[in-house]
Design a protein around this ligand. Structure first.
Ligand SMILES: [Fe+2]
Length: 196
């Protein structure tokens, strides 16, 4: 991330001014974070169908399908925020989300279809949700500090959506997937004991 006071982004002689102007620095950070999440939501619109087509649990598939629809709306909402802020909505690659999307591909490649793959995919889906909760939490706080009330309200709405998605994933991981995994391993242990 290039900060407001990053020399590579500054014209010669303006570094001190940027550091001494907190509002300007904060706005710069805010726009940078917004560009990061714009890229992330777009990338996730392409990545979630990979989970949907490779998972097995109907509850998990439904949860990700629902969240895909929410993500499409969130992406459009952020584009709208750029327009209302009068700033160019240029997406900036987010290395964290890019890495997590590659993890989805790794799990699919290295696990057979079934409950273990689902457990791997749900853990990545939760890491993605947690990253987005952190990002929208920061964006909401920055928008409030900058006095961008309408923008803050829309970011708070998005933050709530991410928290709800995370709660759904947690309940699926705790109930359906953990239960089935424990049955699978109990069966395996019993089979080994019987055949020993
Ligand atoms: Fe999102």
């Amino acid at each position: 991330m290039k900060y407001a006071w990053s020399k590579s982004k500054q014209k010669k002689g303006t570094e001190t001014k940027a550091v001494l102007d907190p509002a300007k620095g904060l706005k710069y950070l805010f726009i940078n974070e917004l560009r990061d999440i714009l890229w992330s939501e777009k990338a996730l619109i392409k990545a979630f169908p990979k989970i949907i087509t490779n998972a097995q649990s109907p509850e998990f598939i439904n949860a990700v399908s629902d969240h895909l629809e929410t993500t499409i709306a969130q992406h459009a909402r952020i584009e709208g925020l750029f327009a209302s802020l009068g700033v160019r909505g240029a997406a900036k690659k987010c290395d964290t989300i890019d890495w997590l999307i590659r993890e989805i591909e790794q799990v699919i490649e290295h696990t057979p279809e079934g409950i273990v793959r689902d457990a791997g995919l749900i853990s990545i889906a939760q890491k993605i949700a947690h990253y987005e909760i952190a990002s929208y939490g920061i964006l909401y706080a920055f928008a409030e500090l900058l006095g961008e009330t309408e923008t803050a309200a829309l970011l708070e709405k998005t933050l709530k959506e991410e928290k709800e998605a995370d709660e759904v994933l947690t309940s699926i991981a705790k109930s359906d997937i953990s239960l089935e995994l424990s049955y699978t391993y109990m069966d395996e242990r019993n089979y080994k004991r019987r055949s020993a």
